[in-house]
Every structure is written in structure tokens, then in C-alpha cells.
Design a protein around this ligand. Structure first.
Ligand SMILES: Cc1ncc(COP(=O)(O)O)c(C=O)c1O
Length: 432
């Protein structure tokens, strides 16, 4: 099936008892056992079924199947937020002493997780100088447990060369984990290019309406954990926390996702509520349609900005002179993301006046809503970084990040035009 159809149908058929056509919200904490033996078989992971909603829930399971199918994975785990999905993915591959080698262009909180929080637990995030495969490979050593990248960086808008990163990761015996939040599987399916694990904040384009937080980890099923037993003993040795289970043997291609569920989801409990799973499913039904409009509107807004003398620069990967243009053609079918950045003439002060003058476009820290959104990353999402780290992450003091929504594009452009007029009163002055 194609994206549009998967997004509406995958993972659910009309409920056999009630015939409900919409996915029911199973608002239950636990599930009845037929007998003591049935309960034991569920706990032994010998039979399919539900036992407790911290581990799995039928509404959430539909969402997991739907996103997994959109990505072309073998299984998925829904969690409370994108950040929880990233955290679980990192600790699922790396224990104390391990490191994760990452591109530098990351969402600020993910950068903080890798540079400050995980190191306190003995897992080090190593940041390459750029998103090139060479720069990444230079940092890989015997303690590396994964290579990590955002397929499209937030807010840098860089498009990663997934195929090249996957080659480098695999040559060194580690998986490539990607955050596919900004691209979504509608624009890019990273498993087609060798990525092993895809992580999502469903809060953004997938849910699409800015109402609901959620995260997802999707397993391609392709990384051979059993072949790299020395590097990944946790997948290959009996697990004392789960009565001696050996994940690679017991679950084969689903070892990563099953271990994430039965260790991290079970003991740390960053659970997505069934109600939120329902809301996210509603959003996902229209994701393919929305992305089409996001992309089209963004192209028109980027062209407007580039043609305006009050604007100093526009970092939009869809312009033929962008260094990422060839990768937009290769990976995104020519559809540059609706998330991009720009700076107006007059630097930080004019940028702030522009930002404060927006009327339709909402000032906030979110992306991927149906509504157009603007953010000043240096003072918000990327505030915790040093000036140098901000620069390598693609954030300058004057940078404004736009997430172009699906309103009528003329209204979006009119709002930007009036805010530019306030920030930079004379077009002629700006042109000089
Ligand atoms: C690329 C990316 N990944 C992950 C996250 C975190 O997602 P959540 O807010 O759902 O925890 C964000 C949030 O902005 C993001 O932009």
C-alpha cells in the first residue's frame, strides 16, 4: 500500500465485537487473564496479548503498527514524547562506557541529552564537525554503539546523506539511528537507504495539529545484533532482569524494539496514553495531504523572502544553490522541508522586532503544526548551547526559524510582509 492508504488504514480493522469503524480508545490499565497459565505465558512473552498498559495497549498498538508500516519497519514502540523515544533508543544500544557519534545539527534538547545528561550515566555523545560521513567516521572507536543523525536537522535544515552515514556505521559494526521527525516517512523513508532505527516526535508533522505529545521508535529489523556480540552483549547474553532471556535469539529481527519495550518501557514507563494515541492516529490520517501543502506553501514563502531586499539570507534547501539541493532531490523527491530559517537585515534587534510584529504566525517553540509557527532558536530551543555549538547547529543570533503551515499562502506572506515593514521600515534603505 501507498503512504496515503497506510496512513488511514494500517493496523486496524473494524472491531470484531462492536463493529466500531474508528479506532476505539481502550482506556484500561490492565487486561484479564483466562487462567494462571495464560498470565504466565503472557509474562514469558510466549503468546500475543496484553497484560498491563505500561507495556502495551490495543489503541497504542494500532498507532505502532501504522507508523511502523509507514516507515517499512518490523515493529515499533510508542512512548510519551519524542524525547523519551530518543532516550530509550540511546540507552538500548549503549551502556556505561559506550559512546554515540552524532552529527552536530540537532534539536537543542537532543543535543543536551547527548552532551550533558547521558554522560552523567557514563554514555558519551560525540559531535562531529559536520554531517559528512568522513567527519562521523573519524570519531568512531571500539566503544561506539551507534551513529546518530536527524534526517533533516532542526533548525539547520541540513539534509543528511543517509546512505553514506549508514555505510560508515555498518563498516564499523554499529547501527545508524535517525530522528525522522522533520522529514516524516511521507518525504523520506530512511530504511530504504540503510538506516536501522527511526525515531519520531509524533508531536510535530505526524500528529500535525499541535495538540498532543508523542514519540515512536521504529525498528527496521535489519541490524544483525547477533553478529556483533562483543559490542552488544546486552542483546546476546542472558538478561538477568528478564529471567535469562537472550534478545537476539528470542526475537531475531525484532530484538531492538522488544528489548526497548520490555526493559525501558516496562521499568521507566514513559507511556503514551491511549487517548493521545487516538488523537495522533486522527492526525496521521491526513499527514500525506498536509505535507504536500506544507511543502508547496514553504517554497512560495522562501521565494518571497529571497526576493525581498529587507531579508539578509534565507537558508532553504529547495534553492538550487543550497549545498543540500542535490540531497533534497535524492532523498526527498525534490520536496524541501517546510522548516527553514532566515535572517533579516539589521541583525538581532531587527529580527526581534520582526518576530514581535507577527500577527498570524504564532510565536512559540514547536514545529509541524497545521498553523504557521515562528521561533527564535538562540533565545529558546538552543539557549543551553554555547555560541560555538549554536553556530555548528545552524543557529545565528538573528536566525528566525519558520515552520510553514497549511493556511492560504497569501495570508502567510502578507503577515511576513507587514512584520518586515515594521522591522525594516524602508525597502529602499534595506536595499542599500
Ligand atoms: C527533531 C526533533 N526531535 C525530537 C523532538 C522532541 O520531541 P517531543 O517534544 O515530542 O519530546 C523535537 C522537538 O521539537 C524535534 O524537533
Amino acid at each position: 500500500m501507498r503512504n496515503e492508504t497506510i496512513a488511514i488504514h494500517a493496523g486496524y480493522e473494524a472491531d470484531p465485537t462492536t463493529k466500531a469503524v474508528a479506532v476505539p480508545i481502550y482506556q484500561t490499565a490492565a487486561y484479564a487473564f483466562d487462567s494462571a497459565d495464560h498470565g504466565a505465558a503472557l509474562f514469558n512473552l510466549e503468546v500475543e496479548g496484553f497484560r498491563y498498559s505500561r507495556i502495551a495497549n490495543p489503541t497504542t498498538a494500532v498507532l505502532e503498527k501504522r507508523v511502523s508500516e509507514l516507515e517499512g519497519g518490523v515493529g515499533a514502540l510508542a512512548v510519551a514524547t519524542g524525547q523519551a523515544a530518543l532516550h530509550f533508543s540511546f540507552v538500548n544500544v549503549a551502556d556505561h562506557g559506550g559512546n554515540i557519534v552524532s552529527v552536530p545539527q540537532l534539536y537543542g534538547t537532543t543535543h543536551t541529552l547527548l552532551s550533558h545528561i547521558l554522560p552523567r550515566q557514563g554514555i558519551v555523545g560525540r559531535f562531529a564537525m559536520s554531517d559528512s560521513a568522513d567527519a562521523i567516521e573519524r570519531l568512531i572507536d571500539e566503544d561506539t554503539r551507534a551513529v546518530f543523525a536527524e534526517t533533516i536537522g532542526n533548525p539547520a535544515g541540513n539534509v543528511c546523506d543517509i546512505e553514506a552515514l549508514a555505510k560508515v556505521a555498518h563498516r564499523n559494526g554499529v547501527p545508524l539511528i535517525v530522528d525522522n521527525t522533520v522529514a516524516t516517512p511521507i518525504l523520506l523513508k530512511p530504511f530504504d537507504y540503510g538506516a536501522d532505527i527511526a525515531v519520531h516526535s509524533l508531536t510535530k508533522f505526524m500528529g500535525g495539529h499541535g495538540t498532543t505529545l508523542g514519540g515512536m521508535i521504529v525498528d527496521s529489523g535489519r541490524f544483525a545484533w547477533g553478529k556483533h556480540a562483543d559490542r552488544f552483549p546486552a542483546f546476546n547474553k542472558p538478561d538477568a532482569s528478564y529471567h535469562g532471556l537472550v534478545y537476539a535469539e528470542r526475537f531475531g529481527p525484532k530484538a531492538f524494539i522488544e528489548r526497548a519495550r520490555s526493559i525501558y518501557q516496562r521499568t521507566m514507563g514513559a507511556v503514551l496514553s491511549p487517548f493521545n494515541a487516538f488523537l495522533l492516529l486522527q492526525g496521521i490520517e491526513t499527514v500525506a495531504l498536509r505535507i504536500e501543502r506544507h511543502v508547496e506553501n514553504a517554497r512560495k514563502v522562501a521565494e518571497f523572502l529571497r526576493g525581498d531586499p529587507r531579508v539578509a539570507w534565507v537558508n532553504y534547501a529547495g534553492f538550487p544553490d543550497s549545498p543540500y539541493y542535490p540531497l533534497v532531490q535524492k532523498y526527498l523527491g525534490g520536496n524541501a522541508s517546510s522548516l527553514f530559517t532566515f535572517g533579516i537585515k539589521g541583525g538581532m534587534e531587527s529580527g526581534k522586532t520582526f518576530y514581535d510584529s507577527l500577527k498570524l504566525i504564532t510565536r512559540l517553540v514547536n514545529i509541524g503544526d497545521a498553523k504557521s509557527l515562528a521561533c527564535h532558536p538562540a533565545s529558546t530551543t538552543h539557549r543551553q548551547m554555547s555560541a560555538e555549538q549554536q553556530r555548528t547547529a545552524g543557529v545565528l543570533p538573528e536566525t528566525i526559524r519558520l515552520s510553514i503551515g497549511i493556511e492560504h499562502v497569501a495570508d502567510i506572506i502578507e503577515d511576513i510582509d507587514q512584520a518586515l515593514a515594521r522591522a525594516c521600515p524602508s525597502r529602499l534603505e534595506a536595499a542599500e
